[in-house]
Write a protein that binds this ligand. Structure first.
Ligand code: SF4
Length: 248
């Protein structure tokens, strides 16, 4: 083939390559960016026992939670916050998931204590984690009843779950880079609007998190009219990050 012939045939190839590169570049740009995974733990365990299976069909198994953590991490999440409505020590299978998040993905784990106190058993469970990669989140004074040993006082890092006063627009990074999942595995835009049908984003097992975060038809923002700090914003990683980033 002559040089001219090669050039003639080369042009479409180059063109195709360029188009492919542009498409790839475009796809890359569409990749959702996620920084935070925020999950609620409500029933004292991640999975219902056999007798309860029917009533709690939507509870996620430990394996499913591990998959959720993997997916969130693959999208860039480096924070995994769990809000406990029950005592930490009653949630046996959560600790493996937290350890997995820390050891496999290097995630920071936030344990948000919504109950009134932290018990000795809770503290012993927390100590199974990498404490440098762990933050306990609670309202001011909420954990005053726990008696920490001297070494625990140094090692356990406790942050305020409500760093901002209520009733003002939150100084948060917004929910666009956050996955919020309630104790039943239902996705909402963020904690502030949990339970509000307008902000429902499906069930965590319905489709891949990447698809959920990239779906422009789903509500990724909270309407300005209701965008004010309430107790539902407690421990929100998108809020906490703005106050404690330097401590990381
Ligand atoms: S829960 Fe509150 S602080 Fe967090 S993203 Fe929603 S509005 Fe912002």
């Amino acid at each position: 083939m002559t040089a001219t012939g090669r050039e003639l045939f080369g042009l479409p190839q180059k063109f195709k390559r360029k188009v492919r590169e542009c498409v790839k570049e475009g796809e890359k740009k569409k990749e959702p960016e996620v920084s935070f995974l925020w999950a609620c733990v409500g029933d004292g365990k991640l999975k219902a026992t056999a007798g309860e299976q029917k009533a709690e069909q939507q509870s996620l198994s430990q394996q499913e939670w591990l998959t959720v953590v993997d997916e969130a991490a693959s999208l860039g999440a480096d924070w995994f916050v769990l809000s406990f409505m029950v005592s930490l020590s009653s949630c046996d299978d959560i600790w493996e998931v937290c350890k997995w998040a820390q050891d496999t993905h290097g995630m920071m784990v936030g344990l948000h204590v919504k109950t009134e106190k932290l018990t000795r058993r809770d503290v012993d469970k927390i100590k199974l984690l990498d404490l440098k990669q762990t933050r306990v989140l609670a309202r001011d004074g909420a954990l005053s009843r726990v008696k920490l040993k001297e070494d625990e006082k140094k090692e356990l890092i406790i942050w305020r779950a409500n760093p901002q006063e209520e009733g003002v627009p939150p100084n948060c990074q917004g929910p666009t880079r956050m996955i919020f999942v309630n104790a039943q595995g239902v996705l909402y835009t963020c904690g502030l609007v949990e339970g509000d049908a307008d902000y429902h984003m499906g069930h965590i097992l319905d489709k891949k998190l990447k698809g959920v975060m990239a779906d422009a038809n789903l509500p990724h923002h909270v309407h300005e009219e209701i965008h004010y700090v309430t107790p539902e914003c407690d421990a929100c990683p998108a809020l906490i990050a703005n106050y404690f980033k330097k401590n990381k």
